[in-house]
Design a protein around this ligand. Structure first.
Ligand code: UDX
Length: 476
């Protein structure tokens, strides 16, 4: 089928590459000339495992082309996907200016019936707005007005697993307009997604508003599970229970299921924080309060501070003269995305308390430099107390403790003996519950996870080495 994808960002690129892989003829366009030039030259502007291969393979096969001009893409396509950003505004609502600008451009070049498929995460009612803009753009152009079906087809892919998620969807949610245009769109989309439905029907057909709301409800539900488990983890510490055992017990109930029950340093990324706020904002616009969604967000903001509290519980609020290693900066593994990453909160707080930090991430260093420079109000290169290092063990050199913030695979089974040798004191604050507390205690580490019976560790005294070091660095 002939397809245009507008937006060569995360969702757009993955959608374009995967639809081309299925044998479709795909034109992916973006207004960013630099990005398009890079893609045309075989580069991929984002970090996503496997995506560069998929893009290049389909480019070579002639099924995937990149460009900046809207007109050829619109005239080429039967189906036009809108996959542009909907960044949050100050008040938490989604900014629709890019989506509506794209709709206007599409409207100016329509040459027959098209299905416009919205993949961007947009509040309920956006498809109607897109429809109106398409109509008005055609009227302004002064030619005949072509029929358009505006469809909602939200994307559920996870960063770091995007290709797998696209190619093995749990479900494909499609919201159709009423009437004959909706029927025509259904026929085309059923054909497009047929390869996913061969053994098992995965498409969930519905109306447009319900599809738009499904995306927000799904993300809010997942975020809520995480915040709930983070709250249970705090209680687990207080009562001497182990959140990992609780997670296994709770997740074994088939009505609940095992996913998204991992307590940690709080969720980040481009979706959960933005979408929970946008959902609460949408509800408020209709005179409703979504208390669970608001609480989910508030619990998450507090959770990003938990590791800092643990550090202060052990070393006191004044961290001058103390040095900490940090493993992991990205909001989760297999991405270089720093948006709303808990590491940003933790690093800003520790630096503000006078700590010295040695940080390592296997992939996100450049992104982290940019994000932290922005947060800290000056280039990180000018901040002596914040050092980026290339090797995990280098981050541990003479540190008073290690903080694990992202569960990259390379941190799962480290050489604990080598770690202890590098560290001034063998103390680990594990924000991702990667390690077995009993094993680490046996190896001589002081270990604090999230909800892993932390009482004993937090009651323990500061290590004599750290005290001595601090007294020397800050006499008086
Ligand atoms: C999410 C949704 O999963 C996806 O369907 C949607 O399209 C976009 O938002 P993504 O943001 O890429 O995807 O990452 P995900 O793997 O879902 O993790 C989100 C955050 O939750 C991360 O910060 C992760 O560390 C955290 N998380 C996840 C937990 O703290 N505990 C868990 O059990 C799962």
């Amino acid at each position: 089928m002939k397809i245009a994808v507008v937006g060569a960002g995360y969702v757009g690129l993955v959608t374009a590459a995967c639809l081309a892989e299925l044998g479709n003829d795909v034109m992916c366009i973006d207004k960013d000339h630099g990005r398009v030039a890079l893609l045309q030259a075989g580069g991929v502007p984002i970090y996503e495992p496997g995506l560069d291969d998929w893009v290049q393979r389909n480019q070579h096969a002639g099924r995937l082309r990149f460009g900046t001009a809207m007109a050829p893409a619109v005239t080429h396509a039967e189906l036009i996907f809108i996959a542009v950003g909907t960044p949050p505004q100050e008040d938490g609502s989604a900014d629709l200016q890019h989506v509506l600008a794209v709709a206007q451009h599409i409207g100016q070049h329509l040459n027959g019936f098209k299905v416009v498929v919205n993949k961007s995460t947009v509040p309920v009612g956006t498809a109607r707005q897109v429809e109106r803009v398409l109509h008005e753009a055609q009227q302004t152009r002064g030619t005949c007005v072509h029929e358009v079906a505006v469809v909602s087809n939200p994307e559920f892919l996870k960063e770091g697993a995007a290709i797998h998620d696209f190619m093995h969807p749990d479900r494909i949610v499609i919201g159709l307009p009423e009437g004959a245009t909706g029927d025509r769109a259904r026929t085309l989309l059923a054909r497009l997604y047929a390869p996913f439905n061969r053994h098992h029907e995965r498409t969930v057909w519905m109306d447009v508003a319900s599809a738009e709301l499904t995306k927000y409800a799904s993300n809010a539900m997942l975020a809520m599970r995480i915040s709930f488990m983070n709250e249970v983890a705090l209680l687990a510490d207080a009562v001497g229970a182990d959140i990992d055992a609780v997670r296994r017990g709770v997740g074994a109930d088939s009505r609940i299921g095992p996913s998204f029950l991992y307590a940690g340093t709080g969720y980040g990324g481009s979706c959960f924080p933005k979408d929970t706020r946008a959902l609460a904002h949408s509800a408020a616009g209709h005179g409703l309060r979504m208390r669970l969604v608001e609480a989910t967000e508030a619990v998450n903001a507090a959770q990003k501070q938990v590791l800092v509290q643990q550090v202060c519980g052990r070393f006191g609020g004044d961290l001058r003269g103390l040095r900490f290693g940090i493993w992991g900066l990205a909001f989760k593994p297999n991405t270089n995305d720093m948006r709303e990453a808990p590491s940003r909160t933790v690093i800003a707080e520790l630096l503000a308390r006078g700590a010295e930090l040695q940080v390592h991430d296997p992939v996100a260093t450049s992104e982290a430099r940019r994000a932290l420079s922005q947060d800290l109000g000056r280039p990180v290169a000018e901040i002596d107390s914040l050092r980026f290092v290339d090797e995990p063990l280098d981050a541990l050199l003479a540190v008073d403790a290690l903080l694990v913030l992202t569960e990259w695979k390379c941190f799962h089974h480290p050489d604990f003996a080598a770690m202890a040798q590098h560290m001034r004191a063998p103390i680990i604050f594990d924000g991702r519950n990667l390690y077995d507390p009993a094993q680490l205690q046996a190896l001589g580490f002081v270990y604090q996870g999230i909800g892993r019976r932390n009482q004993a560790a937090s009651r323990a005294r500061v290590s004599p080495q750290a005290e001595t070091h601090r007294r020397v660095a800050h006499p008086g």
